[in-house]
Write a new protein. Structure first.
Length: 359
């Protein structure tokens, strides 16, 4: 019975997140995506930070009053993963099968999706934003539960590096939720459809794979990583955060107000008289400097665990390398079609794809 409950736990949490996202007050924000067959932009109901705070409070109170152990999600991690896996499959089928095919291959439609944007109840729940909120919240809860297990196991001998890595992943989650509106201007929202990749990815892959560095290390003793080395790892994370957050914020402010100065950076653009591209600041360093930032953040997190020779934690930043390098190529093709000769001019001006002076 306990294992059955563990199986249904992520399904219950996802349902709670859905209900809170729909029912709690939130900010109504106009996004970047334009409604199909319309000149009107889509509106979104955002309350991610509040939803996460309530789930965190429930987790803390249940643990504090011994209703559910703090490390419950760790103790039932495999059953929880199985439950999330099934939910991801069911969600994928439910969001793909009712809609008309857009490709010749059913499997491609299943993986990449058919419908671009799906909203319920006048936009109170947007499928894409709910998926990212669900993934971020479950990732945060998993990280807290896994780290609680480590401290229950080792007590005073617990690893400082594990604590720091968990603080950084929670910071990663909260950063997304605080700047939730900025995500409305990113690749996922305007370029991807809702299918297995996005649905199963956010329900299963995001919360369970992103925490793989804790799966692999919380049962291990403190490696006694020197404080100065931990400081370097934290610095790597925050250099990555500056690149990723800075680039996304500069693009966000530019799309909302092309003349706005960001961090002292006066926007410099190229234009063909119709379309305009930002070519300085973060976007003058490389065409996707934010991708480099994401990779550096993941690297800093897994290094803090103190086991750099373990293979499993490295799968987290390696996944980013594969995903973002492939996405960069896809995005370049998309921008080439959209901007034409203007994009060729931008590529000449900003020659590096992701890593300055290297790639």
């Amino acid at each position: 019975m306990e294992n059955i409950v563990g199986f249904f736990t992520p399904i219950l949490i996802c349902a709670i997140i859905f209900a809170l996202n729909a029912l709690l007050p939130g900010r109504w924000v106009t996004g970047y995506v334009i409604k199909p067959n319309s000149a009107e932009k889509m509106r979104y109901h955002l309350n991610g930070f509040t939803v996460f705070f309530i789930l965190f409070l429930i987790w803390f109170l249940f643990g504090y009053f011994d209703i559910v152990p703090f490390d419950y999600l760790y103790n039932h991690r495999w059953y929880g993963l199985a439950g999330a896996f099934i939910l991801g499959i069911v969600f994928t089928m439910g969001v793909v099968l009712p809609y008309a095919p857009v490709r010749k291959s059913f499997l491609t439609d299943l993986f990449l999706g058919r419908i671009e944007n799906l909203q319920l109840w006048g936009g109170r729940v947007d499928a894409k934003m709910w998926l990212y909120l669900t993934g971020a919240t479950m990732l945060g809860l998993n990280a807290l539960s896994f780290t609680a297990h480590h401290y229950i196991l080792f007590g005073d001998q617990a690893s400082t590096g594990i604590l720091i890595s968990t603080v950084l992943i929670i910071y990663f989650v909260l950063d997304y939720l605080i700047f939730e509106e900025v995500h409305l201007y990113t690749y996922d929202l305007f370029a991807e459809r809702i299918g297995f990749k996005l649905g199963w990815g956010c329900i299963v892959f995001y919360p369970y794979f992103y925490s793989i560095f804790l799966w692999a290390t919380v049962d291990l003793p403190d490696p006694q990583t020197p404080v100065w080395l931990l400081a370097i790892y934290v610095l790597i994370f925050f250099v990555g955060w500056i690149l990723a957050r800075g680039a996304n914020m500069q693009k966000y402010f530019f799309k909302r107000n092309p003349e706005r100065v960001f961090l002292g950076i006066v926007p410099e653009v190229i234009t063909d008289g119709n379309k305009t591209l930002l070519v300085n600041g973060f976007w003058g360093i490389s065409r996707h400097i934010n991708y480099l930032g994401e990779i550096l953040m993941a690297t800093g997190i897994i290094l803090c665990t103190g086991y750099p020779t373990l293979i499993w934690p490295w799968l987290y930043p390696l996944y980013y390398v594969v995903l973002l390098f492939l996405r960069q190529r896809d995005d370049d093709k998309r921008c080439s079609l959209k901007y034409g000769e203007l994009w060729k001019t931008y590529v000449k001006k900003v020659s590096y794809r992701i890593i300055p002076y290297i790639y």
